[in-house]
Design a protein around this ligand. Structure first.
Ligand SMILES: Nc1ncnc2c1ncn2[C@@H]1O[C@H](COP(=O)(O)OP(=O)(O)OP(=O)(O)O)[C@@H](O)[C@H]1O
Length: 287
């Protein structure tokens, strides 16, 4: 079993939205970033994996077995974009509760994380800032030593310094080759920084599942005037969009493109650029 998550032909219909034949995998020892616009279907997919929602059809395996088998959840650490702990509790109270739930709870690890992220043990959560609540949620998800972390917008609300520390913690986590992280975020720079694979979902459909290095090292944005654009072969770019005077094209092999079209400027493409091309569209090359 090479994958900690395997999703095949997953479908879920809501009024006005459908998750449409979604398939992807989260390999062991890897971080997979899940990106897409608001309402694309990221949280729905995550809730289906966690069996918080019932699927209409398709298969979901976690750790090589059906995701509905109760023992599966014991090995998953989950963080949502909101802290679900009650305001009257302290971090120490939360520890007592979670210690009773998870057989693998590691109190020393929990205390180390609290210290590292400067979370007070005796103050009530009601007095915490949003960032402190987020950090506590992440710490709790990791302190029972899960094999899989599922994070839905978990770094939103953290300042850049703390985000960086948390991302380092995630990288440390997958040093154990059995562990994986499935990570949705609107902060594409976080995903660009730590993900091994990137999945883009748009309007309930998977647009691509790609190695991050392929996206950031090989994709590019070519910029030219309308006359030069008219001379391009449509096989050499994926999508184009027209601005007032010029045309921008997303290309999947910037070096090959530069060799063929020596007088056209090609910039590196960030994950955000790539996502915007696919999501906002432009004019696809078939048009
Ligand atoms: N329980 C539900 N009942 C009806 N519709 C739902 C339900 N949950 C989600 N939806 C709809 O499914 C669509 C996808 O929502 P989802 O929360 O999965 O998107 P998302 O990609 O996580 O978005 P965001 O980035 O804004 O969190 C939306 O149109 C939403 O209104």
């Amino acid at each position: 079993m090479d994958n900690n998550i395997l999703v095949q032909n997953l479908c879920k219909q809501f009024e006005g939205f459908s998750l449409d034949n979604v398939s992807f995998k989260v390999p062991k020892g890897r971080i997979v970033g899940f990106i897409g616009e608001n309402g694309a279907g990221k949280s729905t997919t995550i809730n289906l994996i966690l069996n918080e929602l019932n699927k209409d059809s398709g298969q979901i395996q976690v750790f090589g077995i059906d995701h509905t088998i109760p023992t599966v959840k014991e090995n998953i650490g989950v963080v949502f974009d909101e802290c679900n702990f009650h305001d009257v509790f302290t971090a120490t109270d939360i520890e007592k509760i979670l210690k009773g739930i998870y057989k693998t709870w590691d109190s020393n690890l929990f205390l180390q994380y609290l210290k590292k992220f400067k979370i007070p043990t005796k103050k009530t959560i009601g007095t915490f800032s949003k960032g402190m609540k987020m950090k506590l949620s992440i710490i709790c998800a990791m302190s029972h030593r899960p094999k899989l972390l599922i994070l839905d917008e978990a770094t939103t609300g953290l300042d850049p310094v703390v985000r960086d520390e948390v991302l380092d913690l995630f990288l440390e986590f997958i040093q154990d080759e059995d562990c994986s992280i499935f990570f949705s975020s609107h902060i594409t720079s976080d995903i660009q920084k730590i993900a091994d694979y990137v999945i883009l979902i748009h309007q309930g459909k998977i647009i691509f599942e790609e190695q991050k290095d392929n996206l950031v090292y090989n994709y590019g944005v070519a910029k030219c005037g309308k006359e030069k654009f008219a001379q391009l072969s449509s096989d050499d770019y994926i999508i184009h969009r027209t601005t007032n005077m010029s045309v921008e094209c997303l290309v999947h092999d910037k070096e090959a493109f530069k060799r063929k079209y020596k007088n056209i400027i090609v910039d590196n493409a960030t994950l955000e650029d790539i996502m915007l091309f696919y999501v906002k569209g432009g004019t696809s090359c078939e048009d």
